[in-house]
Design a protein around this ligand. Sequence first.
Ligand code: ZN
Ligand code: ZN
Length: 331
Amino acid sequence: MRAMVLKVLRQPLECVALAERAPGPGQIRLNITACGVCRTDLHVVDGELADPHVPIIPGHEIVGRVDALGDGVTGLRIGERVGVPWLGHTCGTCTHCRAGRENLCDHPLFTGYTRDGGFATSTIADAAFTFPLGEAGSDVSMAPLLCAGLIGWRSLKIAGDGTKLGLYGFGAAAHIVAQIAKWQGRTVYAFTRPGDTAAQAFARSLGAVWAGGSDEMPPDRLDAVIIFATVGSLVPLALQAVCKGGRVVCAGIHMSDIPSFPYRLLWEERQILSVANLTREDGLEFLRLVPEIGIVTHTRTYPMDQANTALADLRAGRFEGAAVLTPFVGI
Ligand SMILES: [Zn+2]
Ligand SMILES: [Zn+2]
């Protein structure tokens, strides 16, 4: 197999040939046909997450076809198309797992962070943590659903039922959430980097009734906002944008420090919440709805060996929607 490997934190990924691995009990091997590039991959590369593991193959929005079945795997067949998300394994026995909150498991494995992920020709995954994808939709179009879509979905549920929804940071996740929110009959307000008129136009094209800079206040008080950007100083701004009882949901795995702010911004039962990981139930629920909602993902593709370019373009905000890696050139 070939893979783009992070050997040293904050250094470019290296293209490496590795021996093909055999799936263990309960695991499958899949041939990867597409893998999305997520903001979290940048945090992995930058060493911003706790206990970084290197060497590691990043990538946790994996679409592929089952190539080998380990002992005890039932319900999946060779050639079937499946998706592999961020949550790669949970212990099943800790208090959080037993309470149905496996997203908070004390002993999890995360794809592309604490176990090898999808910037490769193949990978090994726990069969019980993969999602059957069926045959509708292209591999590239499905890949961003596996994190941007799933985390977006969980964030939207945690944001509550309010109709006026703000989205800070209009990247891969927000462009999917905007489509879901519109389908649910909500009104979407999009906040981008100040002056990013291309992202604002993109947000309007997906149904946002207002799009402006994150330094602006929206024309209406919002019921909830979801912050996908990694900028802690947005939290006090978002608190000012929500109405009494409004929610500010921080959806990223990492954020710069939140500056201090006057208590009056939180007063009147405003809430700040974070979203961590996903449960398999979130994934099944969301993927069932995708065809009904008619979500269209906007993607920019890069061959797998161009993963470093994709990461750099994501960091610089050089495209709208989501980056997706496709198989290595010449393989
Ligand atoms: Zn657990
Ligand atoms: Zn992700």
